[in-house]
Design a protein around this ligand. Sequence first.
Ligand SMILES: C[S@@+](CC[C@H](N)C(=O)[O-])C[C@H]1O[C@@H](n2cnc3c(N)ncnc32)[C@H](O)[C@@H]1O
Length: 359
Amino acid sequence: VKQAPGTPSPERGEDLARQFRGFVGPLADDSPLYARLSAAVAEDPALLALSDMARQGQMRPNMLFAAVRLLLMSHPDDPLASWHPDIGRRAPAGDPVGQLREFCARHRDALVEILRTRLVQTNEPLRSAILRVALQEVQRRANAPLAVVDVGASLGVNLCSDRVACDYGDGVLRGDPESPLQLACELRGPNQPRLDAPLDIVWRRGIDLDPIDPDDTAAVAWLRALIWPGDTSRLGRLMDAVELVRRVRPPVLKGNAAELLEEVCDLAPKGAHLCVISTFVRMHQTPADRAAMDAQLTRVAMRRSVSWVTTAALSDDGEGEGVPLVLRDPAGAHAEERLAIHHPHGRWLQWAIAERRVG
Ligand SMILES: C[S@@+](CC[C@H](N)C(=O)[O-])C[C@H]1O[C@@H](n2cnc3c(N)ncnc32)[C@H](O)[C@@H]1O
C-alpha cells in the first residue's frame, strides 16, 4: 500500500496514537476537553501527521495542543476558542473535535511553523515549592550555602525557589512573604520535611535550549499556551512567576546542557555547595545527551562536591500520578536516593525520608 505524502508510516502512526491516548492519563479531571480531543486525535491520521511536524524528541500532544492554543489567541472568535475560557469570547457550543479538525486544516501552515520552532517548555511555578524543600535538605547536609545550576530552566522560575512564598498546608508562609509568587502545596504522608531549614542560594545559573525572556511577550504567550485550557490558577501563577523572574533576573544561558553543563558548573563559587537541578527535562533529551550530561557531572564531581536533584521516570508501582524527585550523587556512580514523590505540577508533596532519630 502506498502512503500519501506526509502520512506517517503505520508503525509511526501507532506510536503517535499511543502518545495521544496516554497524554491526559490520570489528569483527565483537569481537562475533560483535552481528554476528549486527545482520544479523537489518536484516531485521526491527518492530525497525527500534523503533530509529527514538531522537532525531534518533542512530545507531540503537548506541542500540537499548545500550538493550537497559541494560534487561537489571535483568533478569539473561532468556535474552537470558546472552549478556552481565557481566550474565547463566546460560550462553548458544538463539537470541539470537528472544530479542531477544521481549525487545523485552515491554519496548517501557521501551526507547522509553531511546531517546528517551539519546544515543550512548561515551567510550572508550583514545582519551586517542591524544589525549595529539596534544596533545603541538600544545604542542610552540605552545611554550606548553595550554588544552583538549573538544567532546562525555561523561564528560570526554579532558580528562584528561595524567593517564593509557600504555605505547606499549616497556614504558615515560608520563604519570602513579600514575593509576587505565593504558592500553596499540600504535604502528604507520614514524613515531615524540615520546612524551616535555611535556604541560602548565593549563585544561580540556568541552561536552556531556548531560554524564555520574561520581557518577551511572544515567548510568555507560548508558556501560557502550554497550560491546559481553563486552569486559571496555573495561568495566574505563571504571570506571578514572570513578575518574580523580572525581579530576580536569574541568568539562563542558551545552549544544550549536554555541551555546556561542565563549563557552567566550573563557574560556581568554591565556597558554596554546587547543586544541579533538572525537573521534567530528561524525557525531552536524547539518550546520547543524557549520557553526555551524566559524564560531565561525573567529571565535575572529581573536582568538587556536587549534588544533583532531578525528577525520575514516572513509576508504575501504584503511586498514581506521583513523580519521584531523587538526589543523585555524581561522585558515587550516580547512586540515587528518593527525596519525595510529588504531583507533576507541584500541588502536593510526599516527603520520602523518614526523620532519623539522634542518639
Ligand atoms: C518541560 S520544560 C521544564 C522546565 C522546568 N525545568 C520545570 O520543571 O518547570 C523542559 C525545558 O528543558 C529544555 N531542554 C530540553 N532539552 C534540553 C537540553 N538538552 N539542554 C538544555 N535545555 C533543554 C527545554 O527547552 C525546556 O525549556
